[in-house]
Design a binder for this molecule. Structure first.
Ligand SMILES: C[S@@+](CC[C@H](N)C(=O)[O-])C[C@H]1O[C@@H](n2cnc3c(N)ncnc32)[C@H](O)[C@@H]1O
Length: 328
């Protein structure tokens, strides 16, 4: 009888591995693909110039994004984060969304054309303005996913990943499953050239993050958690990059960008959101949540609690290496 372990050993011999495979040992040696100290990140941030005299960096234009994006120069955007309107009869005020209606800003815009037409129209504007290394993260509920995937294909963008943002406590249902996830479609312009900073050894495509309810604070009808948006920024941009959000809403992308030494540009059709956006941005500290990626990784001692066997091997190999270094 051959076990999984036996066949793994045979495989290793075939591949000619010199070192024994130890599950999870790679976690102890992992280093982010790219990293910057806080001073380096700040420097890169200060060096960025606006790609066009039409747009001052770190501003939001209150207009239809399809019109606005036409004024952006070719290959001027490093990354896109888009959380378009749902395209369903939702104005964010239903009591099932567990919000105080008086705190939701009026003027949330839904679309009048078909959702597919709307989606294809705005997605088709992305490839021209995206740099070859650029990625776009598009948020979508499952009911609109078809339109996003179709629109992306029509625009010539390549789907690189299909992320699931799982949030606990979706809206209560009686005769169907509770929806407790969003889709985040990761699109790239050039599948051979896109920028991806592998900042974790094993970055999975399901992210569990609680929704933000901002109890008692004025808000747009829908707001993404800062953590989810920051994660997109961390993996697909560098400090100093320009992140575009065509549907700025409450300004989560702008806040996440500013707090991580990235610049933003954005569009928002609802002018009534201006005071709220200004307030959110004034509160956000430049570089306030920036931590070099290697400093975010767990230490060997922290990893030891989850992977004790791999830790023992790590300690053994480290000692061996030190002894060899002393001899040399
Ligand atoms: C789902 S919300 C975005 C929420 C945002 N991600 C946040 O975290 O606050 C969509 C936003 O798009 C805006 N919007 C709808 N159609 C638009 C268009 N054609 N151009 C620009 N903004 C639009 C809506 O007013 C709304 O604020």
């Amino acid at each position: 009888m051959t076990t999984n372990t036996d066949s793994k050993k045979k495989d290793e011999t075939r591949k000619g591995r010199t070192k024994r495979y130890v599950p999870n040992l790679a976690e102890f040696y992992f280093k982010p693909a790219f990293d910057w100290s806080k001073a380096e990140a700040e420097n890169l941030y200060s060096e960025t110039k606006s790609p066009s005299p039409n747009f001052e960096l770190d501003t939001i234009s209150f207009e239809d994004c399809v019109v606005g994006m036409k004024r952006l120069p070719d290959a001027s955007i490093d990354m896109v984060i888009a959380d378009p309107p749902f395209g369903i009869a939702f104005n964010g005020k239903s009591s099932v969304y567990n919000r105080d209606e008086r705190l939701v800003v009026e003027g949330y815009e839904e679309t009048s054309e078909s959702y597919q037409e709307f989606t294809s129209r705005w997605l088709s504007k992305l490839p021209r303005i995206m740099k070859p290394e650029s990625s776009a993260y598009v948020f979508s509920g499952w009911t609109n996913l078809d339109a996003v995937l179709q629109g992306a294909r029509d625009a010539g963008l390549v789907t690189l990943n299909h992320l699931i943002w799982h949030y606990p406590f979706g809206v209560y249902t009686k005769r169907r499953f509770v929806t407790s996830h969003y889709h985040i479609v990761l699109l790239v312009k050039n599948s051979q050239k896109y920028f991806f900073n592998k900042i974790e050894n094993y970055p999975e495509d399901v992210w569990s993050v609680k929704r933000q309810y901002r109890t008692g604070l004025t808000k747009n009808a829908t707001t993404l958690p800062l953590e989810v948006v920051s994660r997109c920024i961390d993996f697909s941009s560098k400090p100093g990059d320009i992140v575009l959000d065509p549907f700025m809403g409450n300004g989560t992308t702008a806040v996440a960008a500013k707090m991580n030494f990235r610049h933003f540009l954005g569009f928002e059709i609802n002018e009534k959101l201006r005071p709220l956006l200004e307030k959110e941005l004034a509160k956000a500290k430049l570089g306030g949540s920036y931590i070099p990626y290697s400093d975010r990784l767990p230490t060997a001692e922290e990893l030891a609690k989850t992977y004790p066997k791999a830790y023992r091997e790590y300690v053994r190999r480290e000692k061996k290496q030190k002894r060899a270094a002393k001899r040399d």
